[in-house]
Design a protein around this ligand. Structure first.
Ligand SMILES: *Cc1c(COP(=O)(O)O)cnc(C)c1O
Length: 231
């Protein structure tokens, strides 16, 4: 692995090449740096190299990191990309900018009720189970339209439904990697045809970001390719 700065440039080149191949602008894809298990100092280095969006999986770990980087708070955007239990919604509503893993109405209702009015609305994605039985997390596609309509109807000054997120089973080969991403894109299109103005497809990680960008990802979540292997 190179330095964080070199890795960041390389991942940005991968995104730019994939966007170019898909006839999209590189600016239409946001790079979310997944900093789980890495120290606040690592996030600080990535910030110094120009990175602004960071994703965390574990609420307690994230809260400690957000606190350790409080001096950078207005310059960072913190995304929760791991499972969210009901008893953690309040601290998440108070500390994060985005939550990608909403898969039931109850969670979104709690986040809306608990989002401090002084903060901008919490940005939400619905996590969709695109791998069938293989995965337990995420709303199943059949139940997505009703959930999306209900979440979109929550107070927009507290929570804002932005789009969909998925964590497909790992697959080898470009075509196999594209399939679940295409499914998520089609689900987003269908919701927009039903009147929801959703603009975010959170999909693609270190191993498959090219396939995700080819299918329209607007936000790729990259950990290992930026920070190295996690212990
Ligand atoms: C860890 C994680 C990532 C990053 O995965 P890498 O393979 O390290 O790029 C992305 N999304 C989610 C939900 C994750 O848990």
């Amino acid at each position: 692995m190179g330095s964080i700065d070199a890795n960041l440039q390389e991942v940005k080149r991968r995104i730019a090449r994939a966007a170019d191949a898909a006839g999209r602008s590189a600016q239409s894809v946001t790079l979310l740096a997944v900093s789980k298990t890495f120290a606040p100092e690592t996030v600080r280095q990535a910030h110094a190299a120009g990175q602004r969006d960071f994703g965390e999986n574990y609420v307690q770990e994230a809260l400690a990191k957000i606190a350790a980087l409080a001096d950078l708070r207005t310059d960072l955007c913190w995304h929760l990309i791991g499972p969210l239990q009901s008893n953690k919604t309040r601290v998440v509503a108070e500390n994060f900018d985005w939550v990608h893993t909403v898969d039931r109405l109850k969670t979104a209702e709690r986040l809306a009720a608990q989002r401090p009015p002084a903060l901008p609305p919490l940005q939400l994605c619905l996590q969709v189970n695109v791998s069938g039985e293989a995965s337990k997390s995420g709303v199943v596609p059949d139940e997505l339209p009703a959930l999306a309509q209900a979440v979109a109807a929550l107070p927009r000054d507290r929570v804002r439904l932005r789009g969909l997120m998925s964590i497909p089973e790992p697959a080898d080969g470009f075509d196999a990697q594209r399939r679940p991403h295409r499914m998520l894109r089609e689900l987003l299109l269908a919701l927009n045809e039903q009147g929801l103005a959703l603009d975010t497809l959170s999909m693609g990680m270190s191993a498959d970001l090219e396939a995700a960008v080819a299918e329209g990802a607007t936000l790729v979540r990259v950990g290992r390719a930026l920070f190295g292997a996690r212990s």
